[in-house]
Ligand binder design. Structure first.
Ligand SMILES: C[S@@+](CC[C@H](N)C(=O)[O-])C[C@H]1O[C@@H](n2cnc3c(N)ncnc32)[C@H](O)[C@@H]1O
Length: 228
């Protein structure tokens, strides 16, 4: 796997199947911090879902300065997980990254700040069905683009993710596509602009309202079952 240097000196990869880079070329690490971690904020003890883990930048960035995080990463490509072993990262996250290298040998690691990172390998559309409802405080949502991978950005997937989140929980993603935002709203999210980083359009933040009732929280899962 060939690493490509982005403008902030962090490396990304090009995916031949989807004909897309894993990150914006303006900065892979900057994207992780600015479009995800800083955009929705992370607190110690949070339960985080890293939906499309890849090289793990979003999770690595989340662990910086935090302790007792419980991170669950979903990824279907073992090759990209193996590539983590050979990744060189910028100095600012070298310390946090050292524990992540072990993910190439075992699916669950704990770093020196008691942050636990667990990977589930498989198609995230299906592996999310194994996860507990009303559990996550933060979600980093990071598939390939809606143009290349529309199935990942569907109303049904957002409904499943919504059901996994606690009231007040937040989701971050780089896309602001109309279809994406409409599907998020249909799933029950409040949708807002995220930061503008490395391009003209904003990222997106989706919030599960504190007012989401237990019934509303569970409704998406029921609807998915009816249609499947
Ligand atoms: C845009 S990259 C994500 C970059 C990643 N967050 C990082 O920091 O490196 C998309 C990732 O989603 C993974 N992916 C694509 N389809 C998937 C699926 N159906 N289930 C799980 N992972 C998937 C790809 O293998 C790739 O690693």
């Amino acid at each position: 796997m060939q690493f490509i240097k982005t403008k902030d000196s962090s490396f990304t990869v090009y995916n031949e199947r989807y004909k897309e880079h894993y990150h914006t070329l303006s900065g892979a690490l900057e994207e992780a911090f600015e479009k995800h971690v800083n955009a929705i904020g992370v607190e110690d003890e949070s339960h985080i879902l890293d939906f499309c883990f890849g090289l793990g930048y979003n999770s690595i960035a989340a662990t910086k300065g935090h302790k007792n995080l419980n991170i669950l990463g979903l990824e279907n490509d073992l090759e990209i997980i193996k590539a983590i072993k050979n990744l060189t990262v910028p100095k600012e996250i070298e310390k946090e990254f050292s524990a992540f290298r072990n993910l190439t040998e075992k699916p669950e690691i704990t770093d020196e700040n008691n942050n636990t990172i667990k990977l589930i390998l498989g198609d995230a559309i299906h592996t999310i069905d194994q996860l507990p409802e009303v559990f996550f405080n933060r979600v980093f949502f990071d598939p390939f683009s809606p143009k290349k991978q529309p199935e990942m950005w569907s109303k049904e997937v957002f409904k499943k993710v919504f059901a996994l989140m606690k009231p007040g929980a937040k989701l971050s993603t780089y896309s602001c596509a109309k279809m994406v935002r409409e599907n998020m709203k249909a799933a029950g999210f409040i949708v807002m602009d995220g930061p503008i980083i490395g391009r003209k359009s904003p990222a997106t933040i989706a919030i599960k309202s504190h007012l989401a009732s237990r019934n509303q929280q569970l409704a998406p899962r029921k609807m998915c079952n009816y249609s499947s």
